[in-house]
Write a protein that binds this ligand. Structure first.
Ligand SMILES: CC(C)(COP(=O)(O)OP(=O)(O)OC[C@H]1O[C@@H](n2cnc3c(N)ncnc32)[C@H](O)[C@@H]1OP(=O)(O)O)[C@@H](O)C(=O)NCCC(=O)NCCS
Length: 199
């Protein structure tokens, strides 16, 4: 681990990740952002300046953009950090991939694996023996029960529940507050209780 971290994305997600990075021991945080964020030190394409001296983290809510940027950074030799808030409870033996953030108050229980570039947001929980893929966002307060398989690139909305032993295929959007009671095998947006696909 280096002393400096470069965070790609300077908005709310970036600031939350910066806070975790400081709590994880980084003493200097540099934001790069292609918007006009006043806290950014430069644009994303300036990242090569920091390859030698810093670790990197992509803090962008859109999973496809996060995947593209993290892949680009890693292909160019960047060291991508994993950020876990000290108040998160991550069971022994849980594996967490590069570029993943586990936010304050989240719980990840034993036997679970978490892929790369995924966000387990504030107070979300992922119970035992789950398989959480890459570039997923489990939004604030969502509940993933035991032995659930979440395939890559899905978004599980705030407060949504996925009951035990189910799987959700890649690229799904589960709306805020939805309760998934059957496995989802077709990509799409699912809303409500019980969750149903919307046209
Ligand atoms: C599912 C979602 C993506 C739909 O967004 P959208 O395509 O912009 O949809 P709209 O807001 O235009 O709503 C379309 C319809 O779906 C309904 N709807 C939207 N979200 C819903 C939800 N989560 N549950 C039930 N119904 C919902 C709306 O009421 C609206 O119904 P109407 O046509 O009868 O008026 C969004 O509402 C959502 O739940 N996003 C998750 C947000 C989240 O978790 N944020 C956390 C950040 S950490």
């Amino acid at each position: 681990m280096k002393e400096t971290i470069v965070i790609i994305g300077a908005s709310g997600q970036g600031r939350v990740c910066a806070d975790i990075a400081r709590l994880n021991g980084y003493t200097r945080v540099i934001f790069l952002d292609d918007g006009d964020a006043p806290n950014a030190a430069g644009k994303v394409n300036e990242y090569p300046r920091y390859l030698e001296c810093a670790d990197f983290f992509v803090a962008i809510g859109n999973g496809a953009v996060r995947r593209r940027l993290q892949t680009m950074l890693e292909e160019n030799g960047a060291s991508v950090a994993t950020l876990i808030h000290p108040s998160a409870v991550v069971a022994q033996g849980v594996t967490v991939g590069r570029g993943t953030a586990i936010m304050a108050g989240a719980v990840v229980n034993p036997g679970t694996t978490v892929g790369c570039g995924t966000i387990i947001n504030t107070c979300a929980s992922v119970d035992h023996d789950c398989c959480v893929g890459d570039y997923i966002h489990i939004a604030v307060g969502a509940r993933i029960c035991g032995t659930v398989r979440l395939e890559d690139d899905s978004w599980i909305g705030a407060g949504a529940v996925i009951i035990q032993d189910l799987s959700v295929c890649a690229g799904c959007m589960i709306g805020a507050g939805a309760v998934v009671v059957k496995s989802i095998t077709e990509k799409g947006t699912y809303l409500g209780v019980p969750a149903r696909k919307v046209k």
